[in-house]
Design a binder for this molecule. Structure first.
Ligand code: SF4
Ligand code: SF4
Length: 158
């Protein structure tokens, strides 16, 4: 089945650590930088999202500065048309981690072993259990990660 984005915003909810606004260069244009590579580029607010961008704020300080909640629980990128390459390449998750209440609390990006979470306990589980594993086979690595998350009280979707 084709992937359908649920607009949960999880993928962008910790991107504030990577993407930052360096300068507003025009009414709707911004020069942004990536903390990891020191790369810079200019993005422009989508015409139909300008009001939302200026009227609201990102959910948390960790979120990408361009992420906005359009409706309860429905998040959008306000610079979708000019979003960075990094975001264009993103294809959701290969492992989604849920806490006992069913909230999405972490994910491993598709095609990578890059993990993002806002849950400090889960972060610790990842750091000690999965991150530094030397398992080469991707399938075995995924099963191993699932086992570690599950053992720690989380649920995994993959
Ligand atoms: S995490 Fe996946 S489903 Fe949620 S907004 Fe991002 S791409 Fe869409
Ligand atoms: S620029 Fe858009 S797609 Fe990229 S992290 Fe920010 S909100 Fe998400």
């Amino acid at each position: 089945m084709a992937f359908v984005c649920q607009m949960c915003g999880d993928c962008c909810s910790t991107m504030g650590e990577i993407i930052s606004i360096l300068e507003q260069t025009g009414t709707t244009t911004f020069r942004i930088g990536y903390s990891a590579t020191l790369e810079e580029r200019v993005v422009t607010l989508d015409p139909d999202k300008q009001d939302l961008f200026f009227a609201t704020s990102p959910k948390t300080s960790l979120a990408c500065p361009f992420l906005r909640e359009r409706a309860p629980g429905r998040f959008i990128c306000t610079v979708h048309q000019s979003r960075p390459e990094l975001c264009r390449q993103y294809s959701c998750f290969r492992i989604l981690v849920l806490d006992p209440a069913g909230h999405h609390v972490g994910r491993v990006r598709e095609g990578s072993r890059h993990f993002t979470t806002t849950d400090p306990r889960l972060h610790a589980v990842w750091q000690t259990g999965c991150r530094l594993t030397d398992i080469q086979d991707e399938d075995v690595w995924e099963k191993n990660a699932e086992e570690i998350f599950t053992r720690s009280g989380y649920r995994v979707i993959r």
